[in-house]
Design a protein around this ligand. Structure first.
Ligand SMILES: Nc1ncnc2c1ncn2[C@@H]1O[C@H](COP(=O)(O)OS(=O)(=O)O)[C@@H](OP(=O)(O)O)[C@H]1O
Ligand SMILES: Nc1ncnc2c1ncn2[C@@H]1O[C@H](COP(=O)(O)OP(=O)(O)O)[C@@H](O)[C@H]1O
Length: 207
């Protein structure tokens, strides 16, 4: 696996507080977790995350969405779509997700995250911090995603106006053992939300 970037800072030390993760979970009434939605552009990552956020909020569960497009307009605006930039994009949002999950939030991170190695890095970062991490494969055939083409990007990619577009001329490595596998070209949104909520309950993250 590619090493996480080398730390440049020296003489830095972790500083513990007096309020811990358990205190925050007791205050909120649920645990923190990162739900990592991965899939092709147009597979439904954002649609599912938005619907799950709404359902969790209605249950009094604090959640927060981190979305590829939004993050790339802000903190990651200096990154493009080369393999190297995608890796740095995922590394940063993986670390951000970890911080949010540590606060007790149910984090809904939606990124194409096409490379298995980068997703494994995010999983490892969570495991090392003893935080729950669930990879959610938002699965949809390329044909169906291209048919949907909600932003007209596949059309542009086919016309050669976008280079290195995932699924067209850049790879997508499907997860081999995701915690949750949602076929958005075979299920409806309600079923998908239900599956996510059930999975969070089964893992004892929410009641
Ligand atoms: N070349 C190329 N390949 C894939 N996607 C592209 C590209 N150029 C722009 N876009 C738009 O960027 C969104 C994906 O950003 P991500 O941060 O999720 O990508 S990645 O995880 O770093 O691969 C993606 O959003 P979604 O369609 O919501 O997935 C696109 O809107
Ligand atoms: N079962 C489904 N689950 C999620 N999205 C669906 C489903 N069926 C159709 N769609 C549509 O597919 C599109 C997915 O777009 P989006 O959520 O932006 O995908 P992504 O974030 O993966 O790029 C939306 O237009 C959505 O309405």
């Amino acid at each position: 696996m590619t090493e996480v970037v080398e730390r440049k800072a020296t003489n830095v030390h972790w500083h513990d507080g007096e309020v811990n993760r358990g205190d925050r979970a007791a205050m909120l009434g649920h645990k923190g977790v990162t739900l990592w939605f991965t899939g092709l552009s147009g597979s439904g990552k954002s649609t599912v995350a938005v619907a799950v956020e709404k359902a969790l909020t209605a249950r009094g569960v604090l959640s927060y969405r981190l979305d590829g497009d939004n993050i790339r307009l802000g903190i990651n605006s200096n990154l493009g779509f080369s393999a190297e930039d995608r890796q740095e994009n995922i590394r940063r949002v993986g670390e951000i997700s970890k911080l949010f999950a540590d606060t007790g939030v149910v984090v809904l991170s939606s990124f194409i995250s096409p490379y298995a190695e980068d997703r494994a890095m995010v999983r490892k970062v969570h495991e090392e911090a003893d935080l729950p991490f669930m990879e959610v494969f938002i699965d949809c055939s390329l044909e169906a995603a291209e048919e949907r083409d909600p932003k007209g990007l596949y059309k542009k990619a086919r016309a050669g106006e976008i280079r290195g577009f995932t699924g067209i001329d850049d790879p997508y490595e499907a997860p081999e053992s995701p915690e949750l596998h949602l076929r958005t070209d075979q299920m409806n949104l309600e079923e998908e939300v239900e599956a996510v909520i059930k999975s969070l309950q089964e893992r004892g993250i929410i009641v």
